[in-house]
Design a protein around this ligand. Sequence first.
Ligand SMILES: NC(=O)C1=CN([C@@H]2O[C@H](COP(=O)(O)OP(=O)(O)OC[C@H]3O[C@@H](n4cnc5c(N)ncnc54)[C@H](O)[C@@H]3O)[C@@H](O)[C@H]2O)C=CC1
Ligand SMILES: O=C(O)/C=C/C=C(\O)C(=O)O
Length: 481
Amino acid sequence: MSLRLSHLIGGQAVTATRGAWLDVFEPATGQAYAQCPDGDADDVAAAVAAARQAFPAWSALPASDRAAWIERLADALEARLDEFAAAESRDVGKPLALARNLDIPRAVSNLRFFAAAATQFASESHSAPGIVNYTLRQPLGVVGVISPWNLPLYLFTWKFAPALAAGNCVVGKPSEVTPVTAWMLGEVAREIGFPPGVFNIVQGRGAAVGQALVDHPQVKAISFTGSTAVGTRIAESCARSLKKTSLELGGKNPTLVFADAPKAKLLDTVVRSAFLNSGQICLCGSRLLVERGYYGEFRDALVARAKALVVGDPQDPATTTGPVVSKPHFDKVMACIALAKAEGGRVLCGGDAVQPAGRCADGWFIAPTVIEGLGPDCRTNTEEIFGPVVTLQAFDTEDEALALANAVPYGLAASLWTSDLGRAHRLADRIEAGVVWVNTWMNRDLRTPFGGVKQSGLGREGGWEALRFFTEAKNVTIDLG
Ligand SMILES: NC(=O)C1=CN([C@@H]2O[C@H](COP(=O)(O)OP(=O)(O)OC[C@H]3O[C@@H](n4cnc5c(N)ncnc54)[C@H](O)[C@@H]3O)[C@@H](O)[C@H]2O)C=CC1
Ligand SMILES: O=C(O)/C=C/C=C(\O)C(=O)O
């Protein structure tokens, strides 16, 4: 095991103050292949101090200069797209093509999008007879961003790019389960001479590094993506110091399929929404709600498609479905499948671990699983599984479809399939979710507000929402005399 990662603090690659390390595993093989610093509160304190020192100069730069630095980072990342895609695929277990076509290009887009946004972000002014108000949007100072393991660089950049664009300095904490591409990006930042201290990365466990970042009095805001349990804990901690929080949490997203759904893209998209990234995307449609008259035909076609997915080595171009990310997560998902059976669910396909031949024999693979026969209130249909597991439920009316869609504590995203425009608008209005897609799924425009309601989170990311989150509004009123 030769690969040893580092923190990025004040423009320097450094190891954990107390010299401790965490093993990093390749999910496809189950073997440790790297070590990342097992950081602690001292490392966080050093990173925050570096960020505070860098803040006056960074925030004083013209927005166009900040944008140019972020663009340079994007250029350097894009120049190494294949290297980053290979690393992301290895670290998460996602098919190489997925990392190459989605994760890393989106990370590049995140950087470019917010670089451009930095130069377009304008403040409001409000005039009245004899009075003019204008609102300054000022950076907060040092902000913390905490990202998960499912879309590592995609979500890390989605958070730190707007923070930097708005003039803040960042301390980022990637998931300890998938720390490699964030570390690589830190190395790239050093190579291009990114201003030291503006962008810092502290590696390590959530309970140590993450919590220290959340608790640090000089950190003015936390942007977090991950589980609802941890998000709730972060909200409690931040409430004590009145820190701003943006929380993008779990989902139990419904896919509503009406008999009049346009069929051309339906199955391809629903299968993608169910099993992409082994179902480990907070937007995945894990509850398939199907109009009864179309249920049998849809179910049979879906099961045939799920069985045709190729589970195996992420490096094999034929593979559609890699392993899940870790042994604890494998155990969790398998326990969810066992629970579904105990609750009376019928497993129509999958339901088992898969053991590919060769180098992946000890990897954490689970067959794409479709389950029917469960009611809306059971744990399988209300708790996030975050794996390649979906359930089917039938409905008779639009009202029943809506009630099923809303029958969970989560409210992140919904995908709705119908040719009836009126119905699409009625349901889009009444579904409890932050994001509704009609006849599509995960169709992302980075300008749109992104986030959830209920237990799926607080606040919105994307476009101006992100820049507003990472700034404080100050209104100035002038009496024109
Ligand atoms: N966006 C989403 O919806 C995601 C949801 N999940 C859900 O969460 C479950 C558990 O996955 P985990 O990786 O354990 O997610 P997690 O919520 O524990 O981890 C997300 C990030 O938060 C950090 N973290 C953990 N505890 C923290 C604390 N006390 N203070 C600050 N940061 C902390 C982690 O180190 C990681 O960087 C999954 O099974 C899945 O259901 C996981 C990843 C993404
Ligand atoms: O911004 C996107 O396109 C996707 C975001 C996905 C997550 O936040 C997630 O899976 O955690």
